[in-house]
Design a binder for this molecule. Structure first.
Ligand code: DGY
Length: 329
């Protein structure tokens, strides 16, 4: 019997077709609807491998639904949607897609910073809506980016790559991270500062930290109050790292100048959400790594990881380094 791979999101047919000789492959076919929980549970019951996306909650119930599951390959670098501890206990490998998305996600993050600072979305709408009647000196004037201070919270690979982009704009680079990175400081001229110093001194606060118990709700009302009134806040990590109500309050009270958000507490965000009513908010639908090239590479990496585990090899990008395959009777 061929091992069974269940893919929880509609992927280009070529991705699944390439492996159907060796594996039984089934894919959730509805493009715009996530796989319903009951379908996920019933597929997990018989699957040898799950190919998942970040909107799937891969919790204990899913991981223990059946006896065959050996690997969960998540199409993202983040894996906060997976109960990694239970996966390890169950002998299930958890894999993610680091490295291949670093440049693409850094590009989007920097693009979002630029769009927010220079009011690009607002200005484009202004033209399309026929509101452009004359040139005027301060028409849609935004904030400069060059020579300003960028503060990166979470100096992982994406953070480093955003910092590299910032050097091209001759920015002053601050960062805060769990561990200090002397090599990055040297190479990119970045200065390590405390979280408080970073929020107080930066013109652009860029959040790229993974979502963990420690980082959940890290950006509170008090934190936003410490920022400069001209500060622009960018979030390209995970929504729950910020208190969205606190961000809304800070923006509407004019305590900070703007926000560029690629991620939200609840995704997809409701179109009626108060944050979306603010003119100084640029909101994107979690597209950090979404270029065709990168997403295709990420899909292939997930497939490679699944195949490696199913033939008894170590996957390329394993999350749970303590993973030991279980020998099941
Ligand atoms: C990730 O890979 O974790 C990103 O958030 C996806 O864009």
């Amino acid at each position: 019997m061929k091992p069974y791979i269940y893919i929880t999101r509609k992927l280009p047919d070529t991705v699944a077709e390439a492996i159907t000789q060796k594996y039984e492959v089934k894919m959730w076919e509805k493009e715009d609807i996530p796989v319903p929980r009951e379908v996920l549970l019933s597929e997990a019951k018989r699957a040898d491998a799950l190919f998942t996306v970040l909107s799937d909650s891969i919790d204990k119930e899913v991981l223990t639904a059946g006896k065959n599951l050996k690997v969960v390959a998540n199409l993202a670098v983040g894996f906060d949607n997976i109960d990694v501890k239970t996966a390890s206990e169950e002998g299930i490998a958890v894999c993610n897609t680091p490295d291949v998305l670093t440049d693409t996600t850094a590009d989007l993050t920097f693009g979002l910073l630029m769009a927010t600072a220079r009011r690009v979305v607002e200005a484009a709408e202004f033209v399309k809506e026929g509101k452009w009647k004359s040139w005027s000196p301060l028409l849609l004037a935004g904030h400069d980016i060059h020579h300003k201070t960028i503060g990166i919270v979470g100096m992982g690979k994406i953070g480093e790559t955003v910092a590299k982009r910032a050097t091209g704009f001759e920015m002053n680079i601050l960062y805060h991270n769990r561990t200090r990175k002397p090599e990055v400081e040297q190479r990119l001229g970045a200065a390590y500062v405390s979280f408080n110093e970073l929020v107080e001194q930066s013109d652009f606060i860029v959040c790229l930290t993974p979502l963990t118990g420690e980082t959940k709700n890290m950006f509170t009302r008090d934190v936003f109050k410490k920022m400069k009134q001209s500060a622009i806040f960018i979030n390209a990590s995970r929504g729950p790292v910020i208190d969205e109500q606190a961000l809304y309050d800070a923006l509407s009270a004019g305590e900070i100048a703007g926000a560029g958000l690629d991620v939200f507490e609840k995704e997809p965000i409701d179109a009626g959400h108060p944050l979306l009513k603010l003119v100084n908010v640029v909101a994107l639908p979690h597209i950090g790594s979404s270029s065709v090239e990168t997403r295709m590479t990420m899909m292939q990496l997930c497939i490679d990881n699944i195949e490696a585990v199913l033939v008894g090899k170590a996957p390329k990008t394993l999350v749970n380094k303590d993973w030991m395959p279980l020998v099941r009777a």
